[in-house]
Every structure is written in structure tokens, then in C-alpha cells.
Design a binder for this molecule. Structure first.
Ligand SMILES: Nc1ncnc2c1ncn2[C@@H]1O[C@H](COP(=O)(O)OP(=O)(O)OP(=O)(O)O)[C@@H](O)[C@H]1O
Ligand SMILES: [Mg+2]
Length: 132
């Protein structure tokens, strides 16, 4: 069985308190995985460790079968942690263009097509902070 993500006793400690405590996650290739937990359970902390945003206190992370985490594995991951990743002072088109370029695979006309699809074809220069 292929796993795209595994953690081994993953732990994050803040001032002697384990906010993530020996977590063993196993996510198989092709799965849609819901990561649920009550407020403050450590979900965001876990995801940030997986993404290399936060340092691991102890334990290990394996991505795509590899425990050596470098730009090859992070380049294969798209992430939005807690909030949608939009720049509020840019337009919808400008925001989508940034995501299109970062994703590295979407065709140039995909931004226009996407805006059309969601009813924002003629939205012009309206900034994202002014959307409902
Ligand atoms: N920088 C920090 N320093 C100390 N404690 C922290 C820090 N960041 C998070 N915590 C604590 O770690 C615990 C886990 O926080 P985390 O944000 O990972 O939870 P969560 O599961 O994402 O919660 P929520 O459902 O509210 O999003 C919480 O008790 C939080 O107060
Ligand atoms: Mg959270």
C-alpha cells in the first residue's frame, strides 16, 4: 500500500506541554482524508509541521515515501492553512494569476475560464477585500 503521508510519534512541545503528542498519521495515495479534532487539539500545529513551517520537537514525517523533506516533496503539495490564501488588496484575477503561476501547471486561459465559471466574468478591478 502506498502512503503519501505518514507521521511517526510526531510531537510538538511548547514549554513542556505536548500540544501534539506522539501522533501517527497514515494517509494513503488517492484518499480524501478528514483531519478532525476539537478546538486546540493540535490540527494546525500538525499541518504546519508537515509543511515545514514549524519545527518538529520529536518524531518523524514521511512524505511520498521519503523522510528527507526538501523542495522536491514540498513542491508537490498545495496548502491553505486556516484561511484562504488571497491577497485582499488585489483583484480576483490577480489572485488567481498568482495561484496559477505557483501551481506551475494550469494553462494561461484558466484564470479567465475560472472567473467565468463562478460568475465573475466582468468583475473588473474590484479588490478581494470588497467581495461578499
Ligand atoms: N506558538 C505557540 N505557543 C504556545 N502554545 C501554542 C502555540 N501555538 C499553538 N499553541 C497551543 O497549541 C495547542 C494546539 O493549537 P492548534 O492551533 O494546533 O489547534 P487546532 O487543533 O488547530 O485548533 P482550532 O480548532 O482552534 O483550529 C493549543 O492549545 C494552542 O493554544
Ligand atoms: Mg487550527
Amino acid at each position: 500500500m502506498n502512503y503519501i503521508l505518514r507521521t511517526y510519534d510526531l510531537t510538538k512541545t511548547y514549554k513542556n506541554l505536548n500540544v501534539v503528542d506522539k501522533l501517527n498519521l497514515n494517509v494513503k495515495q488517492g484518499d480524501i482524508y478528514g483531519f478532525l479534532g476539537k478546538n486546540g487539539a493540535g490540527k494546525t500545529t500538525t499541518i504546519k509541521m508537515i509543511l515545514g513551517i514549524l519545527q518538529v520537537s520529536s518524531g518523524e514525517i514521511e512524505l511520498f515515501g521519503n523522510k528527507i523533506l526538501d523542495r522536491n516533496c514540498y513542491g508537490r503539495i498545495g496548502c491553505l492553512v486556516d484561511y484562504p490564501g488571497f491577497y485582499l488588496n488585489l483583484t480576483a484575477e490577480e489572485n488567481l494569476e498568482i495561484h496559477r503561476r505557483m501551481s506551475g501547471f494550469a494553462a494561461k486561459d484558466s484564470v479567465k475560464k475560472t472567473l467565468e465559471m463562478v460568475g465573475l466574468k466582468n468583475i473588473g478591478n474590484k479588490k478581494v477585500k470588497n467581495f461578499s
